[in-house]
Design a binder for this molecule. Structure first.
Ligand code: ASP
Length: 310
């Protein structure tokens, strides 16, 4: 029995901020990106391939803050991060600070499969990815008008816009970082995450989305998990690994472990959400923001899409 879930970021996602047409577009995109991975699982494919494919589709969709549509740094650069992890083997890979790799998640996968390393970053990583045959794109390809507007607003407010905040120092409609978790018919788990990071961030800033344990984790012993939110706090609390550790060492249930991790995030001043899935197919999609773009499907079941908290 397979299960797959994706997120398109948590944040100040309230009905009054979107038109019906915009919501319909988000929903259709979430469905299409979920289907990209579900198709693989339906055909008996691997969880790792499914999460890679769903995140690749989310990166190609300009609505989301990953790949094309990524947010901009203070000096108007798109610098992208991604990571993924295989629950069956414990292998994983990440990529950070890349500006020209069309699909950062494919580069993260290549780091995992073709190097003895776990995290590559910057221009040398791009050169390496290009030599592996990965598709490159001009930096202008990633920039969409909405993100330029968000950067302008953030600069006016003199804020580093963590797209997630709900009335605190940052107030931006949506974060749109993306992620996927999957369980395949062999009982294996995998997780993947990809982001352009934060609006108006310093160029050179690295997000949790590229760091295993912080924004992404998978272990067949416990769960597959992808986070979205205040990335620096995810890193400092190794938040995704924390959920794993609560389950492994304290035998916490999935929901209790996720709740505890989100409480820790909030106590440290952070906001965000998680998508988390166990080998028995239990799924938990919690968030402490007004909304989180999300969708999931179980084998034989209908696609479920959620955006708001109510
Ligand atoms: N966690 C991401 C970061 O800090 C942002 C997000 O989830 O939207 O870069």
């Amino acid at each position: 029995m397979f299960t797959i879930a994706i997120h398109g970021g948590a944040g100040v996602i309230r009905r009054d901020r979107y038109s019906e047409a915009e919501l319909a577009e988000y929903e259709a995109s979430l469905r299409a990106c979920l289907a990209a991975g579900a198709r693989i699982l339906q055909a008996g494919g691997k969880a790792l391939d499914a999460v890679t494919e769903s995140v690749r589709a989310l990166e190609d969709c300009p609505l989301f803050n990953a790949g094309r549509g990524s947010v901009l740094s203070a000096d108007e650069k798109v610098q992208m991060d991604a990571s993924l992890m295989c629950g069956a083997t414990g292998n994983g890979g990440g990529i950070t600070l890349v500006e020209r790799i069309r699909n950062p998640i494919l580069a993260a996968r290549a780091v995992m499969e073709k190097t003895p390393h776990t995290l590559l970053g910057g221009p040398d990583a791009e050169k390496w990815a290009q030599a592996q045959g990965l598709a490159m794109a001009d930096p202008a390809y990633f920039v969409v008008p909405k993100r330029l507007e968000q950067l302008r607003e953030a600069k006016e407010k003199k804020k580093i816009e963590l797209d997630h905040s709900g009335g605190g120092p940052t107030e931006i409609p949506d974060s749109n970082t993306v992620g996927a978790v999957a369980l395949d018919s062999r009982g294996n788990l995998a997780a993947a995450t990809s982001t352009g990071g934060l609006t108006n961030k310093l160029s050179g800033r690295i997000s949790d989305s590229s760091i295993l344990g912080a924004g992404t984790f998978a272990s067949n012993a416990t769960l597959a998990i992808s986070g979205t939110g205040t990335g620096d706090i995810f890193i400092r609390n190794v938040l995704c690994h924390d959920v794993h550790a609560l389950m492994l060492y304290r035998q916490s249930g999935l929901e209790a472990a996720c709740r505890e991790a989100l409480e820790k995030l909030a106590a440290a001043g952070g906001e965000g959400g998680l998508i988390a899935l166990t080998r028995s197919g239990e799924l938990c999609l919690p968030f402490n923001t007004p909304g989180m773009f999300r969708a999931f499907q179980r084998e034989g079941g209908a696609v479920q899409v959620g955006i708001f908290g109510d």
